[in-house]
Design a protein around this ligand. Structure first.
Ligand code: NAD
Length: 488
């Protein structure tokens, strides 16, 4: 497979770039090389930013909104027409089960273009009539202009979906983009460039530069003064570095960062639903979902039963190749990440955890053994201040702790530097709302998890991010609002 070559995409053309450097892309299924990618140099990134700038005033900038909307629908259709190619590329890059990527990653990745195209068509504008001392009055009318060239830095856990979650609204609002996908997962971002060309998207509207973060394409892009705003999804530490880079020139940032999300399970929950939801929130995508649950708080009367049932179901998860229909869980993204997750598995034991399930490496067949496999893992009995309770692990694992009172569990859930998401399981809707209102997060689910209406706000509080995307909130970030005041 290593004869697959991944090139940068600048000004509508694929190119190797000028760095002379390449890097290997490996699949975590068995750690074999699946492609070789050309790393963009500082000059290549500058070229991409310049071509994005030129497109703003070229055919893209002059295109009627209706035509732009049609084009975004065509892009979504273009992804769907090549669904199987996108699916294969995403599963190769990430190792995730096809059953998951075919339901989530690819269809939602395509839908992001349609949702925001329709939104820009229907969004109302702001108008205020005001009194003036001379009695004639004035009217204020708001006008939304594109922000300009948007730098998009995306992660590896849901590569197409999280990248188009930014590119869709950015283009819908009339911006142009330079995307730097994760070095772990460059395939679908590159494939999307082919779709852009086949849909007739003008050169320079969508650019892709490949490489790493520091001293590579990521830093070159975020430090480039020609980038008007930066939208980032990834680790909080990386978000801090990028926010510093964006401070130069006072450029706007949207930060979707890490989480250490709590699930709260009350004794009056529907236990079957709570188990099913927590199975997904803790173990889907091998635990590599920013919204995933790594801390579970269960009310004492049902604690033992919950632990036993969750452990039983997690113990039944079949690990295997993406294409195997029986596969329920894939590998982690890389051997490096596997080492990080295993270091937390060891730390949990050092910190005094009772290992209810897993805690190490699974026995895989010889062909899969070199891959980034870890066991689904459940702990109990950790101290509330243990690092395993405080830090984001980003693996298929959770700690379960009993609680007695509502106030107690609210305090426990909030005792964390992150504030992304929570899932509350109870059949008492007054309690659900009361608790949800007090949890310091951007997204609170009641009796569900990962249920997303794309019109709603998405983002985290505390160290989980800055700003909100989704629905009109994306428009806030991707447009520059101008007030036009007309004296009558
Ligand atoms: P990461 O921060 O390591 O990398 C994300 C991207 O940033 C990659 O493209 C990387 O190359 C780039 N990058 C790294 N250093 C950079 C620098 N100095 N300058 C510019 N770019 C740089 O994150 P990851 O490991 O790819 O993703 C996992 C993390 O993402 C987890 O913390 C997870 O919680 C978070 N995440 C958050 C959300 C959300 O919506 N809040 C969604 C998915 C993932």
């Amino acid at each position: 497979m290593s004869n697959v070559v991944i090139e940068n995409f600048i000004a509508g053309e694929f190119c190797k770039g000028t760095s002379g450097k390449t890097f290997e892309v490996r699949t975590p299924v068995d750690n074999s090389v699946i492609a070789v990618a050309h790393e963009a140099s500082k000059e290549d990134v500058a070229h991409a930013v310049e071509s994005a700038r030129a497109a703003l005033t070229g055919p893209w900038g002059q295109m009627k909104i209706d035509d732009r909307i049609d084009m975004l629908h065509a892009i979504a259709d273009g992804v769907n027409q090549r669904f199987d190619e996108f699916l294969e590329a995403e599963c190769l890059d990430t190792g995730k089960p096809r059953s998951l990527a075919s339901h989530i990653d690819i269809p939602r990745g395509a839908a992001n273009f349609k949702v925001f195209a329709d939104m820009i068509k229907n969004v109302p504008s702001e108008a205020y009539r005001m009194e003036t001392p001379d009695g004639t009055g004035a009217v204020n009318v708001a006008h939304r202009a594109p922000k300009g060239v948007i730098g998009v830095i995306s992660p590896w856990n849901l590569p197409l979906l999280l990248m188009t979650w930014k590119v869709g609204p950015a283009l819908a609002c009339g911006n142009t983009v330079v995307v730097k996908p994760s070095e772990e997962t460059p395939l679908t971002t590159t494939l999307l460039a082919e779709v852009m060309n086949s849909c007739g998207v003008p050169a320079g509207v969508y650019n892709v530069v490949h490489g790493f973060g520091p001293d590579s394409a990521g830093a070159f892009l975020t430090e480039h003064p020609g980038v008007d705003a930066i939208t980032f999804t990834g680790e909080t530490g990386t978000g801090e570095v990028i926010t510093r880079a964006a401070a130069k020139g006072l450029r706007d940032v949207s930060m979707e960062c890490g989480g250490k999300n709590a699930a709260i399970v009350f004794a009056d929950c529907d236990m079957d639903k709570a188990i099913e939801g927590t199975m997904r929130s803790a173990f889907a995508n091998c635990g590599q979902v920013c919204l995933g649950t790594e801390r579970v708080y269960v009310q004492r009367p049902i604690f033992e039963e919950f632990v036993q049932r969750l452990a039983h179901q997690a113990g039944e998860l079949t690990l295997g190749r993406p294409e195997d229909p029986d596969t329920k869980m894939g590998p982690l993204i890389s051997l490096e990440h596997k080492e990080k997750v295993l270091s937390y598995y060891r730390l949990a034991v050092e910190e005094g955890a009772t290992v209810v399930l897993g805690g190490g490496e699974p026995d895989m067949t010889e062909d899969l053994a070199p891959g980034a496999w870890v066991q689904p893992t459940i702990w109990t009995d950790l101290d509330d201040n243990a690092r395993v309770i405080k830090e984001e692990i980003f693996g298929p694992c959770c700690h379960i702790r009993p609680f007695d009172e509502e106030d107690e569990v609210i305090a426990l859930a909030n005792d964390n530097a992150y504030g992304l998401a929570t899932a509350i399981w109870t059949e008492n809707s007054a309690r659900a709302i009361r608790v949800a209102e007090q949890i310091e997060v951007g997204i609170a689910w009641v009796n569900s998890w990962f249920l997303r209406d794309l019109r709603t706000s998405f983002g985290g509080s505390k160290q989980s991010g800055i700003g909100r995307e989704g629905g009109v909130h994306s428009l806030e970030f991707y447009t520059e609002m101008k007030n036009i005041c007309i004296k009558l």
